[in-house]
Design a protein around this ligand. Structure first.
Ligand code: NAD
Ligand code: DAU
Length: 331
């Protein structure tokens, strides 16, 4: 199989490439990545020599056409992915998430290539804290932020291209990922690296917002289950029943790093901050037999803390610029 992976130098994409090289030696991988602030060739260092890397933009129709023409399957991870950035400057989100996805869809349509679209649970908006409900594939779209609205837009393009043009496309909507190679702008690596630097963790608002955490390896094993057995035109939700309040996550990180559990600061809230996400992954489990392998969030978090301690050379170049961006936002 010849696989084109967009965004393969980012957090989830690079982990996907590592896993695929490890578990599927028969797959030939080409990574297309623009190396924005969020992408790093260093994230692919462990698999250098096993994958072909092409630096380029998914909105570049000529380049995309050339690479899609040589592929059997496209897995589309590339995106502008951070909510806080989208609130500050939405344009790159429209450009990459909407126009970039359109560019890929037109290429897979021309060349009859199988396409898997990586998306997020945030397209469904949020749930009340005390609501027993979870998101299902039938939940209506109701995105809150510029980021999630551009991801919702891209999902709708995929659904239309599947229905109207017969593109062999599947979509997955996953909850919050954690693990190695995640940019330090994101919640968990930001707090771990702050603590390494002697800075107290920062919780937005009350700290009571809930996210449904899944280890990145579990997300990617689900993506492979969908590539292998998913039905074209279908949407699969990926989650591992990992609901935690942000405060609980920070307390767990503080404990793992040998600090007092209340050693954090509350800072100003994110505008429009979604309250709670929760995934019902039963369709994926029942139809494709997928199960998460990382049973314990605390164990996964401990391994993630250890990874950031051991890989300062990977994250250090991102840190000052990221914290300067946050201090401009007052967070
Ligand atoms: P990331 O920001 O870490 O990585 C994004 C990658 O895409 C980077 O390598 C970047 O250089 C590349 N990229 C950005 N714009 C590009 C462009 N125009 N052309 C080519 N490459 C470009 O993101 P991530 O957290 O790894 O997320 C990957 C995908 O998974 C995204 O589609 C995101 O919406 C989705 N997702 C993320 C999460 C999560 O918790 N992080 C959860 C569910 C879904
Ligand atoms: O749900 C899937 C989504 O998860 C993905 O689609 C996004 O790409 C990914 O970034 C993530 O979005 P969130 O906005 O949930 O993730 P983030 O890491 O930015 O924040 C997680 C929670 O932590 C959120 O409630 C905001 C809060 N937060 C974040 C930061 C950076 C803090 O309390 N303090 C912080 O310093």
């Amino acid at each position: 199989m010849r696989l084109l992976v967009t965004g393969g130098a980012g957090f989830i994409g690079s982990n996907f490439v590592h896993q695929t090289v490890r578990d599927r030696p028969d797959v030939q991988i080409v990574v297309l990545d623009a190396l924005t602030y969020a992408g790093s060739e260093a994230s692919l260092a462990p698999v250098r020599g096993s994958v072909e890397f092409r630096k380029g933009d998914i909105t570049d129709a000529e380049l995309v056409d050339e690479l899609v023409a040589q592929a059997d399957v496209v897995v589309h991870f590339a995106a502008e992915s951070h909510n806080d950035n989208s609130l500050h400057d939405p344009w790159p989100f429209v450009q990459t998430n909407v126009i970039g996805t359109y560019t890929l869809l037109e290429a897979v349509r021309r060349h009859g290539v199988r396409y898997h679209h990586i998306s997020t649970d945030e397209v469904y908006g949020d749930l009340e804290l005390d609501d027993p409900a979870k998101f299902t594939p039938e939940t209506p779209y109701n995105p809150s932020s510029p980021y999630s609205s551009t991801k919702a837009s891209s999902d709708l393009l995929v659904r239309a291209w599947a229905r109207s043009f017969g593109v062999q496309a599947t979509i997955s909507n996953c909850s919050n990922n954690y693990g190695p190679y995640q940019h330090v702008e994101k919640f968990i690596p930001r707090q771990i690296t702050n603590l390494i630097d002697g800075v107290r963790p920062k919780l937005y608002g009350s700290g009571q917002n809930v996210r449904d955490w899944i280890h990145v390896e579990d997300h990617n094993s689900a993506v492979w289950a969908i590539i292998d057995g998913g039905r074209p035109g279908e949407t699969y939700l990926i989650g591992a029943d990992g609901e935690e309040t942000n405060q609980q996550v920070v307390e767990a990180i503080l404990e793992l790093m040998g600090r007092s559990r209340d050693d954090y600061d509350l800072v100003s809230d994110r505008p429009g901050h979604d309250l709670r996400y929760a995934i019902d992954a039963s369709k994926l489990k029942e139809e494709l037999g997928w199960e998460p392998r990382f049973g314990s969030f605390t164990d996964g978090l401990a391994a993630t803390v250890a990874w950031y301690r051991e890989n300062e050379a990977w994250w250090r170049p991102q840190k000052d610029e990221t914290e300067a961006r946050y201090s401009g936002l007052g967070r």
